[in-house]
Design a protein around this ligand. Structure first.
Ligand code: FPP
Length: 229
């Protein structure tokens, strides 16, 4: 039986969900927020230690400016409005990605929620914001070169891991992508190197805790050998 400590999810399909209903794409993102809240609460109740969600990628800046602006506002509102959900459910909030790209009010909101939830222990929810694996590895290499940290170590693997945004967080056990595409889209390429992968056609706004529970039940049956026999 495989243990599940770290679950990662690519939340895809908001736009198609809205289109199928003749609604604006932005309405799909609003619905997506509801799923995000429900899935997060379910993970806290079911003792999953880490949940990482791909909320905004380094490539998502290429969307129309109106959609980018909408997502930024939605994110800020979500982080302010959901404060109670984090506190009541003992959820610690963290981010991965390069926060330097965001405006000051959003950066402050992120920092405030991180500080207010820093001592919560049931679930760590990690939002990937302006995140891309290649960008993360590039930034890690730059830090190592700038500080010349490579001169003082005999363990290069550990050195790299300790400079990634996910420093101190265990590797991903299970990675799920909703919305039917079969790709990783630059998400946690390093950390998911031995993750079990699940792809579901369900669009993110329709993804329910019951489907997550089913996927986890399948995951637990998988025999993970990590390259051994
Ligand atoms: C993919 O749907 C989803 C995203 C680009 C980001 C995920 C966003 C949310 C769940 C809601 C917003 C949450 C935050 C915290 C900002 P898509 O637009 O790519 O859907 P499509 O593939 O059907 O077009």
């Amino acid at each position: 039986m495989s243990a599940l400590k770290h679950l990662a999810i690519i939340m895809d399909g908001n736009g198609r969900w809205a289109k199928q209903r003749g609604k604006m794409r932005t309405q799909g993102h609003r619905e997506g927020i509801k799923t995000l809240r429900e899935i997060t609460k379910w993970c806290a109740k079911n003792h999953i230690a880490y949940l990482t969600l791909y909320a905004f990628s380094t490539e998502n800046w290429n969307r129309p400016q109106t959609e980018v602006d909408f997502l930024m506002k939605l994110l800020e509102k979500y982080l302010i409005k959901e404060r109670q959900t984090y506190l009541q459910n003992d959820i610690r909030f963290k981010t991965i990605g390069d926060m330097r790209a965001f405006n000051d009010p959003l950066k402050q909101t992120i920092q405030a929620l991180q500080a207010d939830t820093a001592h919560n222990t049931t679930l760590t929810q990690i939002l990937a914001l302006n995140y891309g694996s290649k960008d993360e590895i590039k930034r890690a290499c730059e830090k190592i070169i700038q500080t010349q940290a490579y001169k003082h170590t005999s363990d290069t693997l550990k050195l790299i891991e300790s400079h990634l945004d996910t420093q101190g967080i265990p590797d991903v056990d299970l990675l799920i992508r909703t919305g039917g595409e079969i790709r990783l889209s630059n998400f946690l390429l390093w950390q998911a190197s031995y993750a079990e992968l699940f792809f579901t056609p369900t669009l993110w706004p329709d993804f329910a805790p019951s489907e997550l529970a089913e996927i986890i039940a399948h995951f637990k049956q998988r025999d993970r050998r990590f390259g051994g026999l």
